[in-house]
Design a protein around this ligand. Structure first.
Ligand code: GLU
Length: 414
């Protein structure tokens, strides 16, 4: 979304380089994508007019396994944003010990302005253009902002028709009726909850005496708000892309969910007062969960963030400059590659199930997700304490080190 998301991702890689001391040549290899594809998507609108949309698929790294990452449909998608998000996927998969590299895709389109039929055509044409570079052993897309299980069903169908047989393992985040996994839809939110509870524990905060603000009420923020509400956290501020709400006494999240199901937005909910985006980020709370888009906590507003603990549900919500300000102010910032990894962890479980045609129960999925998230937290927290690093630098260093080790064992071809 921001123009400099890729520059920000590279700054984070430089910080890992400063700790690990790898060469500039190794930095260059990690700073550049392995493969980038840009496609045109010619589109016939309902009224018969034509337009050309622009899409991308970037495979940042494939050293530890096939590339993995979502596909975003949003109006600000560009190549640099997709590059940044692909790099973050490499670190996320490495940190969680998933046998994947990182990728990301995107189409520059505002899905709110298109009918379902039009979105189906866009999804199928985008998929058709990237068929040569995706597949269960090559690169496995998944949902992200602006896409959902329906888009994944269309992608799977388009790929399967081209191959002449059903290929369930080509995408994850599929509907349950089509080889999806139990627990995938809520998995990112569930992971955010697990990590937020660990972070609160480390900060000495009891969830039942904790207030929280959640930016974003979509695939990540809504579930995170609900799960934390169920844990006894008082959610005093929430927002979605249309506006925000505050209620210092706490927002009834199940009631808000019902309201959003009926109206499509949080704005107008009777149990809270209207608020701006800044009110949500700068709310006087213990815990802030930015769960919308990248680049929202910046140099400009970081000093006004009051929360002691920030758990990144979104990818890249904090710029490196803002991160430094928050660290200097003694805030605990739990980075995206740890906090929101629950989605790709259950994507991995879905891929394993799809490839084996062997399905797990919801309990099995959730138990395995909790084990992975808790052990990633333990590893990052211990490493950060041992080396005196922030959680973000510790997580990035651990992830980059594994990728580098794999690079060096494989060597260079030819
Ligand atoms: N889009 C999600 C993310 O950013 C999930 C990616 C996936 O499951 O491959 O982590």
């Amino acid at each position: 979304m921001t123009n400099n998301a890729f520059e920000d991702a590279k700054k984070q890689l430089r910080q890992a380089q400063a700790v690990l001391g790898f060469s500039d040549a190794e930095y260059d290899q990690l700073a550049n994508s392995r493969r980038e594809v840009a496609v045109s998507i010619p589109m016939r609108r309902h009224d018969g007019s034509r337009e050309i949309l622009h899409g991308y698929r970037v495979q940042h790294n494939m050293t530890r396994g096939p590339a993995k990452g979502g596909v975003r449909f949003a109006p600000n998608v560009d190549l640099d944003e997709v590059r940044a998000l692909a790099m973050l996927m490499t670190w996320k998969c490495s940190l969680l010990n998933l046998p994947y590299g990182g990728a990301k895709g995107g189409v520059n389109v505002d899905p709110r302005n298109y009918s379902d039929h039009e979105l189906e055509r866009i999804t199928r044409r985008y998929t058709a253009e990237i068929i040569p570079i995706i597949g269960p052993d090559i690169d496995i897309p998944a949902p992200d902002i602006g896409t959902n299980e329906q888009n994944m069903a269309w992608m799977m169908d388009t790929f399967s028709v081209a191959k002449g047989h059903t290929v369930l393992g080509v995408v994850t985040g599929k509907p349950i009726s089509l080889g999806g996994s139990q627990g995938r839809a809520a998995s990112t939110s569930r992971g955010v909850e697990v990590i937020a509870l660990r972070a609160l524990e480390k900060a000495g905060l009891d969830p039942k005496n904790t207030t929280a603000s959640v930016q974003g009420f979509g695939k990540v923020g809504r579930g995170a708000a609900r799960f934390l509400f169920d844990d006894g956290v008082t959610i005093t501020a929430v927002s979605d892309m249309y506006g925000g709400l505050v209620n210092p006494a706490g927002i009834d999240i199940p009631a808000l969910e019902k309201f959003v199901d009926e109206t499509g937005k949080v704005v107008g909910f009777p149990g809270a007062n209207p608020a701006t985006g800044d009110d949500i980020l700068e709310a006087d709370v213990d815990l802030l969960v930015p769960a919308a888009v990248e680049g929202v906590i910046t140099e400009e507003n970081a000093a006004r963030i009051k929360a002691r603990v920030i758990v990144e549900g979104a990818n890249g919500p904090t710029t490196p400059e803002a991160d430094a300000i928050l660290n200097a102010a003694g805030k605990m910032v739990v980075p995206d590659i740890l906090a929101n990894a629950g989605g790709v962890v259950v994507s991995y479980f879905e891929w394993v199930q799809s490839n084996q045609s062997n399905w797990w129960s919801l309990e099995e999925v959730e138990d395995r997700l909790r084990v992975r998230m808790n052990s990633a937290w333990d590893d990052v927290d211990a490493y950060a304490e041992e080396k005196g690093l922030s959680l973000r630098t510790a997580a990035t260093v651990m992830a980059v080190e594994r990728v580098l080790a794999a690079h060096n064992m494989r060597g260079l071809f030819p």
